[in-house]
Design a protein around this ligand. Structure first.
Ligand SMILES: Cc1ncc(C[n+]2csc(CCOP(=O)(O)OP(=O)(O)O)c2C)c(N)n1
Ligand SMILES: [Mg+2]
Length: 1031
């Protein structure tokens, strides 16, 4: 009984707060008091029927007995009375007779309690029933009829088992063999009509607290083993488990009115006939049709209707290829002619950019939800082919929309993510995205995931595509309930979708709907599926379409008649035909009609920037000083910071007094000033709050009060915009995708993602390659995200050195061989580029480039290679003078020393970028070559400052031109810079190279080799004969 006592103690606080009490269980509701519990000292093992697994049941009985001794069977009453009276271990219970065979004879059985000692069997039977109920709850989904094809993709040992609606013990024994260890827990045929008390962990009783076993089994079969398989017992939260049990176990809970059935049929008609229409008109076009999962359309509409009813007015969706056109047409309600005209290969594109295929484009639409009569905005995020890559992007956009409308709990804005079965199981980004779902700065307060589980991925069977039984197992890591449902039962689908939407609005956590379906055609309409799945497709050929099945059902039920059904079909077909006729009038394809995130007011009405100029990015002295002072103080009372940090802040304060900034202060100045102008700033990435290199310290931690923090940046100005700085999970793909999505929502925010070290960006390569680099060209949506990539060869080994500038530069769209004909390089060139790549050598320039990002009249992604050792380099400081009004970002920093004063004398110009500048100046000084060698810094690598560098090259007519970099020759900037430099000088001179030799790894792991290599490149840079023989 010790076990009982501890369990009772454990349960006590839970009972007080449990909202389970909101769920009517028709149990005595009196508060439980435990004072009278005597001190049980008998060991558990001493009570013959008690074991770890049975103690739950005994506890239940005990609580019920405490509340009302008459509410439990007489045998329990005797047992607890004896135990309370101090019976010795093993003697507390006496055997009453077996419970009678029906409820009506219950009292008679109780009367016999003292007479027939058979309590062993009674208790065991009750425990068996309890275990049985639990087995259905835990494992019922294993034997539910989920697969419309009946061939089951789920690789459980014994499933599937033939199902009989009759409660016949032989059948159940077979089924229970699958559900339970050891068969029927000792129950037998004679027990089927006995009545058993139901534990509080089931709702199958409805208004009854006891039921005959036969009925218990029947109800469990109805709840867990029909067309819905509920996977939820892994969830740690009791209240959530109870909530789900109630939704699926309550007898008769899945009821539909005739009106609801007709709506469902109409939605199926639209879904099915849309695909048929496309097939009729363009039979040889790829469209990745939905045939076999037509129920997806009513499913999504149900989730949206229910969410709208609960207060949501903005739904952001992400989805792959399968059924996308259908979703656009019938869920988002894109005009059909706009969809149909995409099939016209002769249509010209009106917008700039390269566009994308029709099943990747995004969409944004505001309309009235007909079911709830409320306004709803639906947005489908554009995506690349890369399956699941849009998941974090959708989440980031959702978070931003929630943030900007003050929806701190996700009550107004939500996301829905669709997945294919193979991709959901196979792509790691799914896992990364799930792990963002409950983090304070990343949560979107619950996402509804819908899996189109057609039991195949292109040509690959599930058995070869995943090691888990279901494609949805990844969702278990965040305790999301998973509702598997047979997609050929539309009512079951709509039911689980309603529950999923209610779950999200109740608990604000993720939930998964797994639509188990099939794919009627090949992967696309051109593919022959019989090559690889002959048996599956033989079965599919025999499969009656779901619309036909459901229509027949409703006709047989008298809900609709045949003419009404046919009329519904004709009505929709006519809509399609008319839209098709109209689509022929469309001569031009406007990609901007497919924008997923419009920025109202930012552009002119025809989508152009409001100007083509950029004001000075300088800031007045007063603001610089004020920001500097806040950055070097603790702006709240009674807050104790770490002694080391006090010293850092003190040094900052001294710099401010001296009117200088280092990197951290420059960043502070840029952020602080933009916040004053109402620009929200969000900085996210691993350990960004302190900064990987312990230089930033944007979040101060009270050394005496746990979890008390202060963000001075939020104490700058009275009506400033908020500053969000958040340490992320250890993910690049997920988090960068998330921030990209966040930046999509508004142009009036500076969203920055910082890599821990620059090279780690490559685990997010897909976001860079598929979204950031070509996003505007494919989808006309600009994006101003900033990537901060710590970079520099500092002897730290191959993995912490290079942010791989060569990769970013290779993807720039400026032509190396053409000198652009532009009046205004400063802004126009930025407008034309796909992204901006910079490597600043001074804090002031870093400050300017961050501010420019917002002061520009358009948005472009900005890649910044940021320093590591320069963060503390005494020379890497800037004066306030370089940041005052009238100053701006310097694309090129020319030499300002003796070389520039007598440029004709200069023998060599060293062009470089970033940190190597400091090594070069030190070396030049040491060699006293300041008049011989000019050093020109290229701060903006792309778009390439052709104009300024041409001026620089022409300034030194007698000089050799050398590109110097610390990176290896096949890496860094050389391949990008060389042809462009040659273009600036009309290829009149060679451009020589001083730097490390080509290599496979970005850097050596040996510190000494590192230094030798550095010295060698400096030697080459200053050896004026180095290129003599090569000329
Ligand atoms: C990341 C990625 N890898 C490979 C592909 C190529 N591909 C396109 S669809 C597909 C199969 C997808 O199967 P599933 O997720 O089950 O969706 P379904 O097509 O069955 O709806 C594959 C492998 C891709 N688009 N993206
Ligand atoms: Mg699939």
């Amino acid at each position: 009984m010790l076990n009982l006592r501890t369990c009772a103690a454990k349960l006590r606080p839970l009972t007080a707060s449990q909202t389970v009490k909101t769920i009517s269980q028709h149990r005595p509701a009196a508060p439980r008091t435990f004072k009278q519990i005597r001190c049980y000292s008998a060991p558990v093992a001493a009570e013959p029927f008690l074991s770890g697994t049975s103690s739950n049941y005994v506890e239940e009985m005990y609580y019920a007995w405490l509340e009302n001794p008459k509410s439990v069977h007489k045998s329990w009453d005797i047992f607890f009375r004896n135990a309370n009276a101090g019976a010795a271990p093993g003697t507390a219970y006496q055997s009453p007779p077996p419970l009678s065979t029906s409820l009506s004879t219950l009292s008679q059985a109780q009367f016999l309690v003292q007479a027939q000692p058979n309590v062993d069997k009674l208790v065991e039977d009750h425990l068996a029933v309890q275990s049985l109920i639990r087995a259905y709850q835990v494992r019922g989904h294993h034997i539910a009829k989920l697969d419309p094809l009946g061939i089951s993709c789920v690789n459980f040992d014994d499933a599937p088992v033939t199902v009989s609606p009759n409660v016949d013990l032989a059948v159940f024994k077979e089924r229970l063999r699958v559900l339970t260890v050891g068969g029927f827990y000792g129950l037998d045929e004679s027990d089927l009509d006995k009545v058993f008390h139901l534990p509080t962990t089931t709702f199958i009783g409805g208004n009854e607290s006891a039921l005959p076993l036969r009925e218990i089994i029947r109800r469990l079969e109805m709840a867990y083993c029909q067309h819905i398989g509920v996977e939820f017992m892994f969830i740690n939260d009791l209240e959530q488990c109870q909530w789900i049990r109630q939704k699926f176990e309550t007898p008769g809970i899945m009821q539909f009115t005739n009106e609801e059935k007709r709506t469902l049929l109409a939605r199926l008609v639209r879904s099915t006939r849309f695909e048929e229409f496309l097939h009729r008109k363009w039979s040889s076009e790829k469209r990745f049709g939905l045939e076999g999962c037509e129920v997806l359309i009513p499913a999504l509409k149900t989730i949206i209707d229910k969410s709208s009813e609960k207060g949501v007015d903005y739904v952001i969706m992400g989805m792959p290829h399968r059924g996308r056109l259908n979703v656009l047409a019938n869920v988002i309600r894109k005009e059909l002619e706009q969809i149909f005209c995409q099939f016209d290969s002769k249509l010209e594109a009106a917008d700039e950019g390269s566009g994308d295929v029709k099943y990747h484009l995004g969409m944004y639409h505001r309309r009235i939800n007909r079911v709830t009569d409320r306004n709803i905005t639906l947005s489908l995020v554009a995506n690349p082919s890369h399956l699941e890559a849009a998941d974090p992007v959708v989440q980031g956009k959702t978070k931003a929309e929630q943030f900007y409308c003050g929806d701190t709990e996700g009550k107004k804005v939500m996301s829905i993510l669709l997945h294919g079965d193979a991709a959901f199981a196979g792509q790691g980004i799914v896992y990364e995205t799930f792990h963002l779902s409950d983090l304070p700065s990343y949560t979107t307060h619950g996402t509804v995931h819908v899996v189109v589980n057609n039991q195949i991925g292109f040509t690959t069977d599930p058995r070869m595509a995943r090691s888990s039984p279901y494609p949805t197992d990844v969702a278990r890591v965040v305790n999301a309930p998973i509702f598997h449902v047979n997609a050929d039962d539309p009512e079951a689908v709509v039911y689980v979708c309603n529950v999923a939407a209610e779950w999200r609005s109740t608990f604000h956590k993720d939930v998964v709907v797994d639509l188990v379906c099939y794919r009627r055609n090949g992967h696309n309409e051109m593919d022959e599926p019989m090559f690889t799945q002959p048996l599956m497709y033989k079965q599919i050929r025999k499969q009656k379409p779901v619309l036909q099945k459901y229509a027949e059902l409703l006709i047989s039920q008298g809900v609709v008649n045949q003419p009404e059904y046919e009329e519904e079909i004709a009505k929709y077909d006519k809509i399609c035909e008319e839209a098709h006729a109209r689509s022929k009038d469309e001569k031009i394809l406007h990609i901007k009609h497919w924008l997923d995130s419009p920025w109202p007011g930012f552009f002119t009405l025809d989508g152009q920037p409001r100007s083509m100029t950029c004001p000075s990015t300088g800031l007045n002295e007063e603001d610089l000083t004020h920001i500097g002072q806040v950055a070097s103080s603790v702006p709240v009372e009674d807050f104790t910071i770490h002694g080391g940090l006090s010293r850092i802040l003190k040094t900052r304060g001294e710099m401010v007094k001296n009117r200088t900034v280092d990197w951290a202060l420059a960043e502070y100045m840029a952020f602080g000033s933009l916040l004053k102008e109402g620009i929200h700033i969000r900085l996210s990435g691993q350990d960004v709050e302190r900064g990987t290199f312990s230089h930033r310290h944007h979040v101060l931690h009270d050394q005496n009060v746990d979890k008390r923090t202060c963000i001075p940046m939020n104490h700058l100005w009275p009506n400033q915009a908020p500053y969000t700085v958040c340490n992320s999970s250890l993910s690049e793909y997920g988090v960068l995708g998330f921030e990209l999505g966040f930046a999509m929502a508004s142009p009036n925010a500076l969203v920055l993602w910082e890599a821990q070290f620059g090279d780690f960006h490559n685990t997010a390569q897909c976001i860079i390659d598929q979204f950031i680099c070509p996003g505007q060209a494919k989808w006309v949506r600009q994006n101003g995200i900033v990537l901060l990539l710590p970079h520099g060869m500092e002897g730290m080994g191959p993995e912490h050195s290079s942010a791989r500038p060569e990769r970013f530069l290779q993807m720039c769209n400026d032509d190396p061989d053409v000198f652009p004909k532009l009046d205004d390089f400063d802004v126009r060139q930025l407008y034309d580029c796909n992204w901006i790549v910079v490597n600043c050598s001074t804090p002031a320039n870093f400050f300017h480039v961050l501010r420019r990002q917002i002061l520009l009249p358009f948005r472009k992604p900005l890649i910044i290679f940021t320093p590591k050792s320069l963060l503390r380099h005494p020379e890497a400081r800037s004066s306030f003078d370089d940041m005052l009004p009238g100053t701006h970002f310097l694309r090129v920093i020319p030499d300002g020393g003796p070389a520039a004063q007598s440029p004709e004398q200069v023998k060599r110009v060293l062009f470089c970028t970033g940190k190597v500048y400091y090594d070069l100046t030190r070396e030049r000084k040491a060699r006293q070559m300041e008049a011989d060698v000019a050093i020109t810094r290229v701060e903006q690598l792309s778009p390439f400052p052709f104009d300024l560098l041409q001026r620089e090259a022409q300034k030194y007519p007698a000089a050799e031109l050398v590109w110097c970099q610390e990176e290896h020759k096949n890496q860094g900037y050389y391949d990008y810079v060389k042809p462009r430099l040659r273009t600036t000088i009309n290829r009149a001179k060679p451009v020589w190279y001083a730097g490390r030799e080509p290599a496979a790894a970005p850097a050596t792991g040996n510190k000494k080799t590192h230094l030798t290599e550095l010295q060698r490149l400096l030697d080459t840079a200053f050896n004026l004969d180095a290129f003599k023989d090569l000329a």
